[in-house]
Design a protein around this ligand. Structure first.
Ligand code: ZN
Ligand code: ZN
Length: 167
Protein backbone atom coordinates (compact mmCIF):
# COMPACT_ATOMS: atom_id res chain seq x y z
CA UNK A 1 0.00 0.00 0.00
CA UNK A 2 1.23 3.48 -0.81
CA UNK A 3 1.16 6.48 1.49
CA UNK A 4 -1.70 8.88 0.56
CA UNK A 5 0.50 11.85 1.48
CA UNK A 6 3.85 11.15 -0.17
CA UNK A 7 3.34 8.03 -2.29
CA UNK A 8 6.03 5.89 -0.64
CA UNK A 9 5.35 2.27 0.24
CA UNK A 10 3.95 1.81 3.74
CA UNK A 11 5.09 -0.87 6.12
CA UNK A 12 2.69 -2.92 8.19
CA UNK A 13 3.56 -2.72 11.89
CA UNK A 14 1.92 -4.52 14.75
CA UNK A 15 1.56 -2.84 18.13
CA UNK A 16 -0.01 -5.26 20.55
CA UNK A 17 -3.43 -6.07 19.03
CA UNK A 18 -3.33 -3.24 16.48
CA UNK A 19 -2.02 -3.40 12.95
CA UNK A 20 -1.14 0.00 11.52
CA UNK A 21 0.44 1.00 8.20
CA UNK A 22 3.42 3.26 8.75
CA UNK A 23 5.11 5.40 6.09
CA UNK A 24 8.60 4.47 7.25
CA UNK A 25 10.39 5.43 4.03
CA UNK A 26 8.62 8.70 3.44
CA UNK A 27 6.70 11.20 5.56
CA UNK A 28 6.04 9.09 8.65
CA UNK A 29 2.24 9.18 8.30
CA UNK A 30 0.01 6.51 9.84
CA UNK A 31 -2.93 4.68 8.31
CA UNK A 32 -5.54 2.96 10.46
CA UNK A 33 -8.05 0.65 8.87
CA UNK A 34 -11.55 0.92 10.28
CA UNK A 35 -11.36 -2.27 12.30
CA UNK A 36 -7.93 -1.36 13.64
CA UNK A 37 -9.26 1.93 14.93
CA UNK A 38 -11.93 0.08 16.84
CA UNK A 39 -9.31 -2.12 18.44
CA UNK A 40 -7.42 0.91 19.80
CA UNK A 41 -9.82 0.45 22.68
CA UNK A 42 -7.97 -2.72 23.65
CA UNK A 43 -4.58 -0.99 23.91
CA UNK A 44 -2.96 -0.54 27.29
CA UNK A 45 -1.06 2.60 28.22
CA UNK A 46 2.32 1.04 27.42
CA UNK A 47 1.15 -0.14 24.02
CA UNK A 48 -0.09 3.35 23.20
CA UNK A 49 3.43 4.63 23.80
CA UNK A 50 4.65 2.09 21.24
CA UNK A 51 2.22 3.49 18.70
CA UNK A 52 3.45 7.01 19.42
CA UNK A 53 6.99 6.00 18.56
CA UNK A 54 5.84 5.72 14.94
CA UNK A 55 4.93 8.69 12.83
CA UNK A 56 7.68 11.00 14.01
CA UNK A 57 8.63 12.25 10.54
CA UNK A 58 7.97 15.65 9.04
CA UNK A 59 4.51 16.37 7.70
CA UNK A 60 4.30 16.76 3.94
CA UNK A 61 0.97 18.45 4.24
CA UNK A 62 0.02 21.47 2.19
CA UNK A 63 -3.43 23.00 2.22
CA UNK A 64 -3.84 22.43 -1.49
CA UNK A 65 -3.02 18.76 -1.30
CA UNK A 66 -5.76 16.39 -2.27
CA UNK A 67 -5.26 12.94 -0.87
CA UNK A 68 -6.98 9.76 -1.84
CA UNK A 69 -7.74 6.64 0.12
CA UNK A 70 -4.92 4.13 -0.29
CA UNK A 71 -7.30 1.21 0.32
CA UNK A 72 -10.39 1.80 -1.79
CA UNK A 73 -10.76 1.02 -5.49
CA UNK A 74 -11.94 3.26 -6.97
CA UNK A 75 -10.39 5.63 -4.52
CA UNK A 76 -12.26 8.25 -2.48
CA UNK A 77 -10.76 11.61 -1.57
CA UNK A 78 -9.96 11.70 2.14
CA UNK A 79 -12.04 14.15 4.15
CA UNK A 80 -10.50 16.31 6.86
CA UNK A 81 -12.21 16.34 10.20
CA UNK A 82 -11.35 17.77 13.57
CA UNK A 83 -10.37 15.01 15.92
CA UNK A 84 -12.29 16.55 18.81
CA UNK A 85 -13.68 20.04 19.62
CA UNK A 86 -10.99 20.57 22.24
CA UNK A 87 -8.21 18.90 20.31
CA UNK A 88 -7.33 21.08 17.36
CA UNK A 89 -5.84 18.27 15.34
CA UNK A 90 -7.24 17.41 11.94
CA UNK A 91 -7.31 13.81 10.87
CA UNK A 92 -8.35 12.53 7.45
CA UNK A 93 -11.05 9.96 6.94
CA UNK A 94 -12.10 7.92 3.93
CA UNK A 95 -15.88 8.16 3.35
CA UNK A 96 -15.72 4.74 1.71
CA UNK A 97 -13.89 2.45 4.12
CA UNK A 98 -13.72 4.73 7.20
CA UNK A 99 -9.97 4.28 7.40
CA UNK A 100 -8.04 7.21 8.91
CA UNK A 101 -4.78 8.85 7.91
CA UNK A 102 -2.79 10.73 10.53
CA UNK A 103 0.07 13.00 9.58
CA UNK A 104 3.31 12.50 11.46
CA UNK A 105 3.12 13.87 14.97
CA UNK A 106 -0.69 14.11 15.01
CA UNK A 107 -1.16 11.14 17.27
CA UNK A 108 1.35 12.72 19.66
CA UNK A 109 -0.44 16.08 19.49
CA UNK A 110 -3.73 14.39 20.28
CA UNK A 111 -2.13 12.71 23.27
CA UNK A 112 -0.38 15.88 24.42
CA UNK A 113 -3.43 18.12 24.24
CA UNK A 114 -5.16 15.64 26.51
CA UNK A 115 -2.90 16.18 29.49
CA UNK A 116 -4.27 19.60 30.44
CA UNK A 117 -4.68 21.52 33.70
CA UNK A 118 -7.69 20.75 35.83
CA UNK A 119 -10.18 23.31 34.54
CA UNK A 120 -9.44 22.72 30.90
CA UNK A 121 -9.84 19.06 31.54
CA UNK A 122 -13.18 19.63 33.17
CA UNK A 123 -14.47 21.58 30.16
CA UNK A 124 -13.14 19.03 27.75
CA UNK A 125 -14.74 16.19 29.64
CA UNK A 126 -18.10 17.92 29.46
CA UNK A 127 -17.80 18.50 25.72
CA UNK A 128 -16.69 14.94 25.21
CA UNK A 129 -19.76 13.61 26.95
CA UNK A 130 -22.13 15.93 25.12
CA UNK A 131 -20.60 15.33 21.74
CA UNK A 132 -20.24 11.60 21.81
CA UNK A 133 -23.61 11.25 23.53
CA UNK A 134 -25.37 13.48 21.00
CA UNK A 135 -23.66 11.80 18.10
CA UNK A 136 -24.69 8.34 19.19
CA UNK A 137 -28.20 9.58 19.83
CA UNK A 138 -28.59 11.17 16.41
CA UNK A 139 -27.31 8.09 14.68
CA UNK A 140 -29.69 5.77 16.41
CA UNK A 141 -32.28 6.34 13.70
CA UNK A 142 -29.89 6.06 10.77
CA UNK A 143 -28.37 3.18 8.87
CA UNK A 144 -26.40 0.35 10.39
CA UNK A 145 -23.18 1.54 8.78
CA UNK A 146 -23.44 5.00 10.27
CA UNK A 147 -24.23 3.60 13.67
CA UNK A 148 -21.16 1.46 13.42
CA UNK A 149 -19.11 4.55 12.66
CA UNK A 150 -20.46 6.31 15.72
CA UNK A 151 -19.42 3.38 17.87
CA UNK A 152 -15.99 3.38 16.28
CA UNK A 153 -15.50 7.10 16.92
CA UNK A 154 -16.41 6.78 20.54
CA UNK A 155 -13.94 3.90 20.84
CA UNK A 156 -11.24 6.06 19.33
CA UNK A 157 -11.92 8.86 21.78
CA UNK A 158 -11.94 6.47 24.68
CA UNK A 159 -8.61 4.99 23.75
CA UNK A 160 -6.87 8.32 23.29
CA UNK A 161 -8.41 10.26 26.13
CA UNK A 162 -7.54 9.52 29.74
CA UNK A 163 -9.46 6.64 31.18
CA UNK A 164 -11.04 8.77 33.92
CA UNK A 165 -13.02 10.76 31.32
CA UNK A 166 -15.03 7.85 30.17
CA UNK A 167 -17.94 8.03 32.56
ZN1 ZN B 1 4.24 9.21 3.47
ZN1 ZN C 1 -11.11 3.94 1.74
Amino acid sequence: MHCPACGQGMRVEKVSVITVDVCTEGCGGLWFDRLELRRLDELHEGDAAGLLSFGQGKSQHRETDRRNCPRCTPSYPLIKRLFHPTVRVEVEECPGCAGHFLDPGELGEIRKSNQPEAEREQAARKIYREMVGAQLESMRSRSEAEREEATMLSSLFRSLLPRRWWN
